[in-house]
Design a binder for this molecule. Structure first.
Ligand code: PMP
Length: 307
């Protein structure tokens, strides 16, 4: 397990081992937390946080859906993220802001307007599905677990409780020897991976499930849609059938942790040439180019860690 020296905890930097909560914490019992995953990259211009503002906005959006009261401003939390990287002497890092209902009693609904507790952790973290996966592509399967139905729990909120669904999806896939599991929505259309959004490429066109397919609208998904359109590709958000997976020329998954990971097979069926495809490689290069300086950041996506 990766650790660091400090965690930002309710406005202060506290030593890692002192960042503790009580066992009666509401979120521990009822999943009442919202969180983010953000990466900071080492770039030629110094350490940069990727799409910090959008991630912090999504944290506040998730909290709004659950009527949770985050007692900090967006600017304060953006500063906390940057500080969590620099205070731990990291230049690349995975950041974990988390807002949760604390030890406020066991009533299912927390008392109105009770402030959340908030932490920001920053740890070193490499390629989520492995360095080799980024180059060779990974083998995935469709799991037997559907993604949450839209009128059960909102997948547009990045809430702790949603990740029980993700654990079932990825756990089943891993037990069967796959790198990751992908799920269908309750209507049987393609939804998303346990922690990634999906892109298929067919005849030079990119396809990705729409937000109505019960996905988390990923910030990396938005990044890749922008980079692909910028490179002249058509990107379509539309309902995708399961069999379209098997017939795709190329496929990749996106996420803050997974970055841009090519998929070389689904359910044991090879896609295209059974390795990373050329358009995937081109878009991967454009994505990682944002951090090695070969793709100009014309969108203002990088925020310096240091003032
Ligand atoms: N879907 C789920 C369920 C996720 O957990 C994630 C990771 N946050 C994503 C998609 C990808 O989102 P992002 O690109 O914003 O990290």
């Amino acid at each position: 397990m990766s650790t660091a020296k400090y965690i930002w905890f309710n406005g202060e930097m506290v030593p890692w081992e002192n960042a503790q909560v009580h066992v009666m914490t509401h979120a521990l019992h009822y999943g009442s937390s919202v969180f983010e995953g953000i990466r900071a990259y080492k770039t030629p211009q110094g350490s940069m946080v990727f799409r910090l503002e959008e991630h912090v906005q999504r944290l506040f959006d998730s909290a709004k859906i659950y009527r949770m009261n985050i007692p900090y401003t967006k600017t304060e939390l953006m500063d906390a993220c940057r500080h969590a990287v620099s205070k731990n002497d990291l230049d690349s890092a995975y950041l974990r802001p988390l807002a949760f209902i604390g030890n406020v009693g066991l009533g299912l609904n927390a008392p109105k307007d009770v402030p959340c507790e908030v932490i920001v952790g920053a740890i070193p973290w490499g390629a989520y599905l492995g360095e080799e996966g980024l180059e060779q592509g990974v083998d995935v399967c469709v799991t037997s677990w559907n993604r949450l139905a839209p009128n059960t729990m909102p997948t547009g909120a990045k809430a702790g409780g949603n990740y029980l669904s993700s654990q079932l999806i990825s756990g089943e896939a891993k037990r069967h020897g796959y790198a990751e599991g992908i799920s269908l929505d309750v209507h049987g259309h393609l939804s998303e991976g346990a922690g990634e959004n999906l892109f298929l490429i067919k005849n030079g066109v990119l396809y990705t499930p729409p937000v109505t397919a019960c996905i988390l609208p990923g910030i990396t998904r938005d990044t890749l849609m922008t980079l692909a359109r910028d490179a002249g590709y058509q990107v379509r958000e539309e309902a995708i059938s399961r069999e379209a997976l098997y017939l795709a020329d190329e496929m990749f998954m996106t996420g803050t942790a997974a970055e841009v990971t090519p998929v070389r097979s689904v359910d044991g069926i090879e896609l295209g040439e059974g390795k990373r495809g050329p358009i995937t490689a081109q878009l991967q290069k454009a994505f990682f180019g944002l951090f090695d300086g070969t793709t100009a950041d014309q969108w203002g996506w990088l925020t310096p860690v240091k003032d």
